[in-house]
Design a protein around this ligand. Structure first.
Ligand code: PLP
Length: 385
């Protein structure tokens, strides 16, 4: 049995998405910037995808700029908005300690170029409080970037309240919604944001396709310069097959969202409750609510996350860990550390992320194997079971 419980890393591509990508690759090779028939067919595919992506997040098609994925969308939002507001003299950026590396590393790069950056703390449940943002905002603040749902623990931030505070001080608001889109309802107007990043491969679309939604009127400079693609906002011939697949994934994701969210939440909660009941020395990391329905992050006393990941993989179960092994030492998860968890818990936690193909039978198999795997690892390290 092979079980995939790592849907926050990436998802299997939906057969409907595979079909449109294959068809587009085989039949619609035209350059969407060409005026002839072949070009216009390709442009039609981009238009359809743009409408589907816009509909999924409640925006206008003209506000969607296709990118090579979530990382580029985050870079575009941060670097583009920073450059866009430069003439106003504002030189301060605010984000949080639990963002994805696509945001954190980009902020560091901007910091080296003279931007002052503030990273807001999170509380023990992994939530950023509006008070923390209120305190950090100044009349110098150009941009606030707070992720919608966290990739490691799944907690959902109070984006609407945070965006309102940022706007009151004249700052632009960006959210990285890569882990929330198509898992929970995401509406750019309800959230009140100016910029929103999303990525196709997190909801059964292809890798290497994503978008930045840019609210009409928001000043964002292009970071990829060249031709006049994407209304002058992102140069480079569009990856038409991948974008067509992205559009199909958006369409399917929107249709399935409600029922799938309820199914996954029920399954995830059952898994979590059973792990806590059956395996001693376990705890769920982060607030249980509000959280995306597919994600669980659990710590296991006396175990290194990496060892548990490998042992579960040997049993055919794929999970992941926020802590990474680099040069022989286990790096703690920056998210769990930011939540103030003790060092051992930042290194003994695994992420289980369910998805469309996950079944109750898979959860049962996981629950059957887990206690033995944990017991074996603990007996090696001498920890109690
Ligand atoms: N932002 C978040 C929250 C993510 O989880 C990821 C991917 O793991 C990204 C950004 C990057 O997206 P992509 O893999 O499309 O570059």
């Amino acid at each position: 049995m092979r079980i995939y419980f790592d849907h926050n890393a990436t998802t299997p591509v939906d057969p409907g998405v595979v079909e449109i990508i294959a068809r587009t690759l085989a039949e619609d090779f035209g350059n969407p910037s060409s005026v002839h028939h072949f070009g216009q067919r390709a442009k039609g595919l981009l238009d359809d995808a743009r409408s589907a992506v816009a509909a999924l997040i409640g925006g206008e098609p003209s506000e969607v700029v296709f990118t090579s994925g979530g990382t580029e969308a985050d870079n575009f939002a941060l670097r583009g908005a920073a450059e866009g507001v430069e003439p106003t003299g504002r030189r301060h950026l605010i984000s949080t300690t639990i963002e994805h590396e696509a945001v954190l590393t980009t902020l560091k790069a901007l910091g080296r170029r003279g931007w002052r950056t503030t990273l807001l703390p999170v509380d023990a449940s992994g939530i950023v409080t509006p008070d923390a943002l209120r305190e950090a905002l100044t009349d110098e603040t150009a941009l606030v970037s707070v992720m919608h749902a966290n990739n490691e623990i799944g907690t959902i931030q109070p984006i609407a309240a945070l965006a309102q505070l940022a706007h009151a001080r004249g700052a632009v608001f960006h959210t990285d919604a890569v882990q929330s889109v198509a898992k929970i309802p995401v509406d750019v107007h309800a959230l009140g944001v100016d910029l929103l990043s999303l990525s196709a491969h997190k909801f059964y679309g292809p890798k290497g396709a994503g978008a930045l939604w840019i609210k009409r009127g928001t000043r964002v400079s292009a970071i990829l310069t060249g031709g006049k693609h994407e209304r002058n906002r992102r140069a480079g011939t569009e990856n038409v097959p991948a974008v067509a697949g992205f559009g199909m994934a958006a369409q399917l994701g929107g249709k399935k969202l409600g029922a799938e969210a309820a199914r996954l939440a029920t399954m995830r909660d059952r898994l979590e409750d059973a792990v806590i009941a059956r395996v001693r020395g376990t705890a769920v990391n982060g607030a249980r609510e509000p959280r995306v329905p597919n994600t669980s992050n659990i710590s296991f006393e006396g175990i290194e996350a990496e060892s548990l990941l490998i042992a579960l993989d040997l049993e055919g179960i794929a999970v992941s860990t926020g802590s990474a092994c680099s040069s022989g030492t286990l790096e703690p998860s920056h998210v769990l550390r930011a939540m103030g968890l003790p060092t051992h818990r930042t290194q003994n936690s695994i992420r289980i992320s369910l998805g469309a193909a996950s079944t109750d039978a898979e959860v049962d198999y996981f629950l059957e194997k887990l206690p033995t795997v944990v017991g074996k690892l603990r007996s090696v390290t001498g920890a109690r079971r």
